[in-house]
Design a protein around this ligand. Sequence first.
Ligand SMILES: Nc1ncnc2c1ncn2[C@@H]1O[C@H](COP(=O)(O)OP(=O)(O)OP(=O)(O)O)[C@@H](O)[C@H]1O
Ligand SMILES: [Mg+2]
Length: 237
Amino acid sequence: MRFEGVSYRYGRHPRLALEGLSLNLEAGGRYALIGPNGCGKTTLLRLANGLYRPCSGAVYWQNQPLAYDQSALYRLRQEVALVFQNPDEQLVGGTVAEDLSYGLCNLGLPPAEIQRRVEETLRAFDLTDLADFPVNYLSLGQKRRLAIADSVILEPTLLLLDEPTAFLDPGQTRRLRELLGQIHQAGTTLLIATHDLPFVGNWADWVIVMAQGRVVLADSPEAIFQDRRRLRELGLD
Ligand SMILES: Nc1ncnc2c1ncn2[C@@H]1O[C@H](COP(=O)(O)OP(=O)(O)OP(=O)(O)O)[C@@H](O)[C@H]1O
Ligand SMILES: [Mg+2]
């Protein structure tokens, strides 16, 4: 995925949320997106998924500029899945198993295949015991896990995650890191917006640092975390 000189403004907000941002994500990478509150991480992910449209510049997926008609967006979102910062925006309801099967039903997969994938994903995300539990009654961390599972089950080419470790306990954070490792091994490119710097250091192979709607640094985690003075200037140390 490629961003070329992308700017975005919310309504008539006086400041641009993204300002001439360029970015290139290679297939197979594990990218972390970091930066202070309000720098534009969530906005960038929503542009990548076609939820927002740039006011100038363009977003490219597999070398084609995004098209914004319903059917093009539907196709894009099978390949580029976004896990929202707030799981309540994402979960469709019913029971955990129903919520998981929803996207697969929309794809028109055969019932036996849906059942197989749902069972496999329930196991992978430690949700088997909650399969028949109403989504509304899940804890925040459980909702977060289900929201991630909802995207992973679709087997996207590029998976975008907005603060996936928020609300997770240390055990579940570790488990998520393992799972993301497996998903990456299976060929999915990952871009994760996060404030969890230890997670970034352990997991990413490339770190993109944003400030005020722009990319200000992009390098290996080792190089990024060595430049303590720069990180402090950016409010990240
Ligand atoms: N719906 C909206 N309407 C107006 N301004 C918005 C809206 N959503 C975000 N913004 C503004 O756009 C800028 C970027 O916000 P964004 O949510 O992308 O930041 P972020 O890097 O994800 O922050 P955080 O680390 O807090 O999640 C901020 O200044 C924010 O106030
Ligand atoms: Mg955000």
